[in-house]
Design a protein around this ligand. Structure first.
Ligand SMILES: C[S@@+](CC[C@H](N)C(=O)[O-])C[C@H]1O[C@@H](n2cnc3c(N)ncnc32)[C@H](O)[C@@H]1O
Length: 315
């Protein structure tokens, strides 16, 4: 059996994290549960007074949902395994957008405000761009960039469906995004190995894997984060996020930025359970402030695993 046909040994793969993930056995068994579906009600199309009507229409169509108290605008699908949100008319009409709960976290950390100029450096297919438009009531100016032209189609379709008017789309390699405009805030929702999304079947077979495994991603991520830092105005904010739990793609990337530039890591209060960022990995120490970055594990949040760092530019 060649290396490509060998079954994915998820126990071995994740065993490197045994000492950093709390309740590791629960983490491992949670990998065998299906992804919990969530959606965000699109306040650009649905005023608050009409949300109860929307929920009862969804319920008649078989989507039973409850409000997520911790994260504004989000709903948890109770009959998770019976529903495919993308096939529902209200989704097509842009009244709701399906996204995992934890993908709201980078946006919450960045705290976009009306009137700000915001760069979403790796934006496709646009979940976080759309969420930033929703929380600013379409009154920020968001530059939604992505390197992959095939993914720009989905980005553009999502923004159109959701009625987002405040975003413009650009197509650059993030590392080469042109200088000339100083942004108030930059989001780097970086391409990553997607370990926070991994799911395995009852026999341990890999059911869901996003991304390309562990490879040269850290060097791409470092290039993106340094460019984001250089694009933001002095005193401005950068959020670096991934949907992986791999420290090489998380703390090590932010640590690299701190060694190259004069940024500071800021604390923020997430609405979901989290663990502090690591200050050491496999014998390599990181800047002590990495502790202020946040790790989110799927067995604790009941959503995709995430990592979020909030950085302020201070030159
Ligand atoms: C994690 S996904 C972004 C998800 C998106 N922020 C959302 O919320 O829907 C990472 C994105 O980075 C893009 N990407 C990969 N390498 C890039 C680069 N060098 N510059 C800009 N974008 C890049 C990928 O095409 C992909 O769309």
């Amino acid at each position: 059996m060649g290396p490509q046909t060998r079954p994915f040994n998820y126990l071995e793969y994740f065993s490197v994290y045994q000492n950093i993930i709390p309740n590791f056995e629960e983490f491992i068994s949670h990998l065998k549960t299906p992804h919990q579906q969530y959606f965000r009600v699109n306040n650009l199309k649905v005023p608050p007074a009409q949300v109860p009507d929307l929920l009862s229409i969804l319920e008649k169509k078989g989507v039973i949902a409850e409000r997520v108290i911790e994260v504004e605008g989000f709903y948890r699908v109770i009959n998770n395994e019976e529903v495919s949100l993308g096939n529902i008319e209200e989704y097509g009409l842009g009244l709701i957008h399906s996204m995992t709960l934890s993908s709201a976290l980078p946006v919450i950390a960045l705290n976009p405000q009306p009137g700000e100029l915001i760069l979403d450096l790796c934006s496709a297919p646009g979940g976080k761009t759309a969420l930033m438009a929703m929380v600013t009531e379409d009154r920020a100016l968001i530059v939604a960039n992505d390197k992959r032209i095939d993914r720009l189609t989905a980005l553009s379709a999502n923004l159109k469906r959701l009625g987002v008017a405040s975003a413009i789309i650009t197509h650059y390699r993030g590392e080469q995004f042109p200088f000339g405009i100083e942004f108030d805030k930059v989001l780097v929702d970086a391409p990553c190995s997607g370990e926070g999304r991994y799911r395995v079947g009852l026999e341990g077979e890999l059911l869901y894997q996003k991304g390309s495994g562990r490879s040269n991603l850290p060097s791409i991520q470092k290039g993106l984060l340094v460019r984001a830092y250089d694009l933001v105005k002095n005193g401005g904010y950068i959020v670096y996020s991934t949907c992986t739990i791999n420290p090489e793609e998380n703390e090590a990337v932010v640590d690299y930025l701190l060694r190259k530039r004069a940024g500071v890591i800021l604390d923020w209060t997430p609405p979901l359970p989290y663990q502090e960022g690591l200050t050491e990995w496999q014998g390599k120490p990181f800047h002590p402030d990495l502790q202020k970055t946040k790790r989110f594990y799927s067995h604790q949040t009941k959503a995709v695993g995430f990592y979020v760092a909030l950085i302020q530019k201070l030159n």
